[in-house]
Unconditional design. Structure first.
Lengths: 651, 223
């Protein structure tokens, strides 16, 4: 009998025979789990977490009871490793029922590449948190003024803005001792010219903040020097909430299905993730987590609500109303976020139910509202968000692209990690492909074992574009069986597929193929983006844009020609396509460094006009037309010579 | 009255127009059929439904996808609008009746519209409630029309939840009514858990299942 096993965060799933170990299943499905000791139940590296319960989205009921029972040996290793509940060793645990397995970061081999590197930002430094070194006159019987008022007097004397200064009670508790031990020479950390949040002995110049971008799939933190604006450490990880569902909707519904506990579980999970990032980043920088004086956060609206512990149910259904738009400032200790306990957490404002603080981050990073030229900004993540406009007007919308463009929901899709095919070319004459695998510089030749494990997002777009260019795909997306190649075939279920890598080239003991369903998933995703672009252009009454800015960590890896060939966006001069990197994360850093930019963020978040695409009268028609390659009717003069000839004319 | 041969020719041309999504042609052929006095019911059932059947097959075999199906539906409606006023209901001719709509909180109606086209083409009466439909509306419409089947569509896991509440509300008023659910997040397990009768993964299959259910219902009534 076979059972379903799903691995998170990779999302790989498959059927395995009863009695298979989790480790064997992981190998079969191309999931990397560390197994240093060679399955001797010694190293304990292969620890995995077994999820308990019903998972609507995955359509699976997972339970610890679906596994072989714990024996003494495994128990010992787990105990040595201080393993939490529901943790098992993959090497010796056998499968006797459906399971959803979460592979923690530490148990994964092959770190994710294409991390959310920090981009260059321009900002006038005006952080909310400042440090002041003060030398106070020692009190005596003639001058018995209190310690706090003594500091206030000096600070106010130097800066009239600090008229109504207050002090956090934790800082207050430490104040008398520190003052006396440090000979009345101290460094005072002040937030927003209004509150003393930390007292340190002597002169301290390091002033640190953490800017975080919580994506649906990954989380990136930028430990930043507030005095220079430089990023000291970039730390990223998978969003640990992935184990509750790959997309926003499935996490919202998890909260809805598990009324009592769901929201709390998800909130705790992301807070634990933030704490890990804060800890690891400060550790690498030789600092302590208390040195982080403030944190700024960008994320989509659902992540925002869950992080704040606000029920996301109402923003998850029409009319998609968020709990608030304005930015939020909350003390770290109220969240259990481990930075300076009195430190502030600033969450950027949100535009609408499906255009969140991450999009506001993109706006303050790219500043389309300050430009004369018309910008079309596409932020491709697990959801696609579009902004169109210039200094006169901006409109935004959200496209339900789903995670297909990133490689999820694709039969052999995987994240950008070693072993993933990342670039593809297809010879239009022979129909033979050549591809490159992450971790190697050479192109495949059809013979050599490339140790390929799957296809990552950038290569999915490449391969679809190349298949279309080589006419392996018809304009309507159908795999073309009129061509003769042993690579074009039907699987045992009658589903058409194209073989990208033969079994002997892979590390997973199977051919890597792109099948008809994969093509359909990409058509839906790219059709959503393209039709979104068209409707936005129409809303502003313009025919074209002057500049296309592609944001998102994944967006930066896309080949722009391939993206236009499949029709992810309308025809434009390829020279005007700009990759702006992880603009959402850049926006979080900008907000960390400037209170003026925070104000601007609140203004712009309310000025952008949100367009609900699905409410457009003709949305379904436009969406349908945009599903073809590159589009059913639209012409692509800038792709002349690149597109196959007959597709340039309308049938 | 058109000759049998003429009628046959019109039906064939109408099928082709729908399969090849020629909207203007479909309309023009339907007008021609009316002008020559062909039987509107036969032309609809054999020309339109017959055409859509081929479209369904093409969808099943992955030759057609959503865009083509949408266009075919357009051609279908162009012809149906012309033919409908001329259809004389024959005894036992009308198929079943369905109440159809997208769940509250959900505005994605592409799937629902394809369902509607295919059902109307094969002679069903479809009471389309649109999208973002309040739960109570489904109950009321079912009672008002005495429809055989209520079809609920949800494209988001968040709007799917409403189905769980709605099914008991409908069944309480009318335990005999059949409930079909569909949409991206819905699986066989959802059917079981929510107490629905059936799901289908595409419009052609939905029609097949609806026909089966209708047969069972009618047998039940006759007995």
């Amino acid at each position: 009998m076979d059972h379903t096993i799903i691995f998170q965060p990779s999302g790989r799933r498959g059927l395995v025979p009863e009695g298979t170990t989790i480790l064997d299943a992981s190998r079969k499905l191309g999931v990397d789990i560390e197994a240093v000791c060679g399955e001797l139940i010694v190293c304990g590296k292969c620890r995995v977490k077994i999820m308990e319960g019903k998972f609507q989205k995955e359509d699976i009921t997972s339970s610890m009871n679906h596994l072989s029972s714990l024996d003494e040996k495994e128990k010992k290793v787990l105990k040595r490793k201080d393993a939490e509940e529901h943790v098992r060793l993959a090497c010796c645990t056998k499968i006797y029922g459906d399971v959803l397995v979460f592979v923690p970061e530490a148990s994964r081999t092959g770190k994710q590449v294409g991390s959310k590197a920090a981009g260059k930002i321009k900002v006038r430094l005006k952080p909310a948190v400042r440090k002041y070194y003060v030398e106070l006159p020692e009190p005596n019987l003639d001058d018995p003024l209190g310690d706090f008022e003594r500091i206030e007097k000096v600070l106010y004397g130097n800066n009239p803005k600090m008229k109504k200064l207050s002090i956090d009670y934790r800082a207050l508790q430490k104040l008398p001792d520190i003052l006396r031990k440090s000979d009345w020479k101290i460094t005072v950390t002040v937030w927003n010219d209004a509150e003393i949040i930390r007292i340190e002995p002597g002169k301290v110049e390091t002033n640190i903040g953490l800017a975080v971008d919580i994506g649906t799939t990954s989380v990136a933190g930028y430990l930043t020097d507030l005095t220079t604006g430089d990023v000291i450490v970039t730390e990223s990880m998978m969003n640990p909430q992935v184990r509750y569902g790959e997309d926003v909707m499935s996490r919202i519904s998890y909260c809805m299905f598990n009324e009592e506990t769901g929201l709390k579980e998800l909130q705790d999970t992301i807070i634990e993730g933030l704490n890990t990032i804060a800890k690891q980043a400060t550790h690498k920088a030789g600092l302590s987590t208390d040195d982080i004086s403030e944190m700024t956060l960008v994320c989509n609206t659902a992540m925002h609500h869950i992080l704040l512990g606000i029920n996301p149910e109402y923003m998850g259904v029409a009319p998609f109303t968020p709990a608030l738009h304005h930015s939020v400032d909350i003390k770290a200790e109220r969240f259990g976020i481990h930075i300076l306990p009195a430190g502030n957490i600033h969450v950027l404002p949100i535009e609408a139910g499906f255009v969140g603080a991450d999009n506001v981050g993109c706006l303050i990073a790219d500043k389309p509202h300050k430009r004369k030229e018309m910008t079309l900004l596409i932020d491709i993540g697990t959801n696609g968000e579009l902004v169109l406009g210039n200094r006169d007007k901006l409109i935004s919308c959200s496209c339900a692209t789903g995670p297909a463009l990133e490689g999820a929901q694709i039969e052999f899709g995987m994240r950008a990690a070693p072993g993933a095919i990342e670039r593809v070319k297809i010879d239009p004459e022979t129909l033979e492909p050549a591809y490159k695998v992450i971790g190697s510089n050479r192109w495949s030749d059809g013979e050599t074992n490339m140790q390929a494990k799957g296809i990552c997002g950038s290569a999915i777009i490449d391969v679809i574009a190349e298949m279309f260019r080589a006419r392996i795909l018809k304009k309507n997306g159908q795999i073309n069986h009129d061509l003769t190649s042993k690579r074009i075939r039907k699987n045992d279920k009658g589903l058409s597929e194209y073989v990208l890598a033969w079994k002997h080239e892979t590390a997973i003991d199977a051919d890597i193929v792109v099948n008809q369903k994969d093509v359909r998933a990409i058509q839906l995703a790219k059709g959503a983006l393209y039709s979104g672009c068209l409707i936005m252009l129409r809303k502003l009454g313009i025919k074209k844009f002057d500049r296309l800015a592609i944001a998102g960590a994944f967006g930066s890896h896309i080949d722009k020609v391939a993206a236009m060939v499949i029709g992810m966006f309308p025809d434009c001069d390829l020279k005007k396509v700009e990759y702006i990197g992880n603009a959402a994360g850049d926006g979080a850093r900008i907000a960390l460094l400037s209170t003026d930019e925070r104000k601007e963020a609140n203004v712009i978040a309310r000025e952008v006009e949100y367009v609900e695409l699905a409410l457009e009268e003709d949305f379904n028609d436009r969406f349908g037309e945009a599903m073809q390659f590159p589009h059913m009717f639209d012409e692509f003069p800038h792709l002349e010579g690149i597109l196959p000839k007959e597709t340039q004319t309308v049938s | 009255m058109a000759t049998k041969e003429k009628e046959k020719e019109l039906i064939k041309r109408l099928q082709d127009a729908i399969i090849n999504y020629k909207v203007a042609d479909a309309k023009q052929i339907a007008e021609e059929a009316v002008a020559v006095g062909a039987d509107a019911y036969t032309v609809t059932m054999e020309g339109l439904a017959g055409g859509m059947e081929v479209v369904s097959e093409k969808f099943d075999s992955h030759e057609y996808f959503v865009p083509e199906t949408l266009l075919c539906a357009k051609a279908l409606y162009a012809a149906l609008d012309v033919l409908k006023p001329h259809i004389k209901l024959q005894a036992g001719g009308a198929r079943g009746q369905v109440v159809l709509g997208v769940m509250q909180g959900d505005v994605h109606d592409l799937g629902k519209n394809i369902i509607k086209a295919i059902f109307e083409a094969s002679g069903w009466t479809v009471h389309d409630l649109g999208r973002d439909v309040p739960l109570q509306r489904f109950v009321e419409e079912q009672l008002k029309t005495d429809s055989d089947i209520v079809m609920l569509s949800a494209m988001m896991t968040t709007s799917m939840v409403g189905i769980k509440k709605l099914i008991p509300m409908i069944k309480e008023k009318n335990p005999k009514v059949k409930i079909m659910i569909g949409g991206a997040p819905i699986t066989e397990k959802t059917v079981e858990e929510y107490g629905a009768d059936i799901t289908a993964d595409n419009a052609p299959n939905a029609l097949k299942e609806a026909m089966k259910m209708l047969e069972t219902l009618r047998k039940g009534r006759a007995a």
